[in-house]
Ligand binder design. Structure first.
Ligand code: SF4
Length: 497
């Protein structure tokens, strides 16, 4: 795919379409005195969430407002993910529901976007079996949403737009979903071709945003009051590699992190995802020198067996991985680690699996995303003939989970009784009297507030009770009272106001 940098004149053209849709929409089938509404259902990773935030920004610029649920919306987008098989299943389940909605509300428009829309197999299926779908476009076409929507609103025919370029678009308006954390994509795509992964085929080759643009966005977020940012990319450690081909002194990821860490209002800088093969000593040094860079590293290992790592095309060994862990611990004492683990990759022997357990025992991850290998059509691993028996995978997966749960609990027990800084994310889903938030190293904390007078009146709800949305983004000192496997319990000691 060719790289396509969206020019200022193309961006201006899309702004014109925004204006046109806004004018058009006043006469379009409205069902609310506020105008037409949209709802975006997002599947998959944080990069998809960030894409949805940009779509939201564009839709609001076009005069739409966000509906509280898809049932109330005039326009629904499903932002798809193709990384896991069940994400596909979920999309097709939701499409059945959309069909019924459209029958009851013929003016409803349905759009499908995201990674799945870059795969012919899914696009063809939707065109053939779900003809009521109004718009299809991939992640690279998001900047063209105003144009796509304008065509759909003014033509009676369906609009299917699937771009084939690797686009890089700046200056798209954004409507952020969270007040406590801003997602900032620093690069798109991936060059790595891990043999189990579909991402390089759906999101294209790596392309980095300009350093100055990213820093400008981070400074603006600091002005807006964000205390936490998360820098996103499929492999953030290779940030700038593409730009250095023509500008050898373009900053790398360590430079970017250092510049971000020098924005004092940003109290927590997170990043995701790091590929072990590209993590540099320079980056580890920066992590060691700035306390506002999170004391946590999410570093996917996938397998502890060198032979499986080779089959996965990961380009590092377990020994190299353990060396990164050692250096990071030396540079930043107390740093915690999380990882991704795949069980049942084709050809995985009992010894390979034991190697994974052994590596877990050496690192003692504070948490892990654990996956059963799922075959993704179009990837080299799907063609391997030594696929592992489902019963064997199930038994291994249980052993792996048991070990990880033991490590997660032990890691949480280490901070029982301590006073920790928590960035509040809102009210806990399960109990309105409990707030939730995260520690600097990303552990989930559910906390009680025994004395409401600790919270200034303006941050309480109109009923004088806890209001998650008003408290979201506040920093709190919390005493950890109980460690559990997946979370911590605590009590508010002080709220920073
Ligand atoms: S680094 Fe590997 S696993 Fe991650 S997105 Fe790229 S190909 Fe997929």
């Amino acid at each position: 795919m060719a790289l396509h940098k969206v020019t200022a004149s193309e961006t201006e053209r899309q702004r014109d379409f925004c204006r046109k849709v806004r004018e058009l929409d006043t006469s379009y089938g409205l069902n609310s005195p506020r105008g037409s509404s949209y709802f975006i259902m997002t599947f998959g990773c944080q990069q998809n969430e960030n894409d949805s935030e940009r779509m939201s920004g564009l839709l609001q610029e076009m005069g739409y407002f966000e509906a509280s649920g898809y049932e109330d919306a005039d326009l629904i987008f499903l932002n798809t993910c193709s990384v896991r098989e069940n994400a596909d299943d979920r999309l097709f389940g939701h499409l059945g529901m959309m069909k019924n909605l459209k029958r009851d509300k013929p003016q409803l428009l349905v759009g499908i976007c995201g990674c799945m829309m870059t795969q012919d197999v899914h696009v063809d299926k939707i065109k053939k079996s779900y003809p009521f779908v109004d718009m299809l476009f991939g992640p690279q076409d998001i900047y063209r949403l105003p144009e796509i929507l304008w065509h759909r609103l003014t033509d009676s025919r369906r609009v299917y737009e699937i771009g084939s370029d690797d686009t890089l678009a700046e200056d798209i308006p954004i409507q952020r979903a969270r007040k406590h954390r801003a997602l900032v994509s620093i690069m798109f795509g991936c060059n790595n071709f891990c043999t189990y992964c579909i991402v390089p085929y759906t999101r294209g080759r790596e392309r980095s945003r300009e350093f100055d643009q990213v820093i400008r966005e981070l400074k603006q977020l600091a002005i807006e009051g964000y205390k936490e940012v998360m820098l996103l990319g499929q492999n953030v450690n290779s940030y700038g590699q593409d730009l250095r081909k023509t500008r050898p002194d373009h900053p790398d990821f360590a430079d970017l992190m250092e510049a971000a860490a020098q924005i004092p209002e940003l109290r927590r800088i997170r990043f995701m995802t790091s590929h072990p093969k590209d993590i540099s000593d320079k980056l580890i040094d920066v992590i060691g020198r700035y306390t506002n860079i999170e004391p946590h590293l999410h570093l996917p290992i996938q397998s502890g067996s060198n032979s499986i790592l080779q089959k996965m095309n990961r380009h590092y060994t377990r020994e190299q991985y353990l060396e990164i862990i050692r250096k990071a611990r030396e540079a930043r004492p107390g740093i915690t680690f999380s990882t991704d683990l795949i069980v049942g990759f084709p050809g995985e022997t009992e010894q390979d699996f034991e190697d994974t357990l052994d590596l877990m025992r050496q690192v003692r991850f504070s948490s892990a995303f654990t996956f059963i290998y799922s075959k993704r059509t179009g990837t080299p691993a799907a063609e391997l003939d030594d696929q592992i028996d489902a019963a064997v995978i199930k038994e291994r997966f249980k052993r792996l989970l048991d070990l990880q749960n033991e490590h997660s609990l032990a890691s949480n027990l280490e901070i029982e009784g301590q006073l920790v800084e928590v960035l509040l994310e809102g009210r806990s889903d399960g109990d309105p009297e409990i707030l939730s938030g995260r520690t600097a190293d990303s552990r989930l904390v559910n906390l009680r507030v025994h004395d409401l007078s600790m919270i200034p009146e303006r941050l309480l709800g109109d009923d004088g009770l806890l209001d998650g949305s008003r408290l979201e983004g506040s920093m709190a000192q919390v005493r950890i009272t109980k460690a559990k496997t997946f979370s911590l319990e605590g009590e508010l000691e002080q709220l920073e106001t």
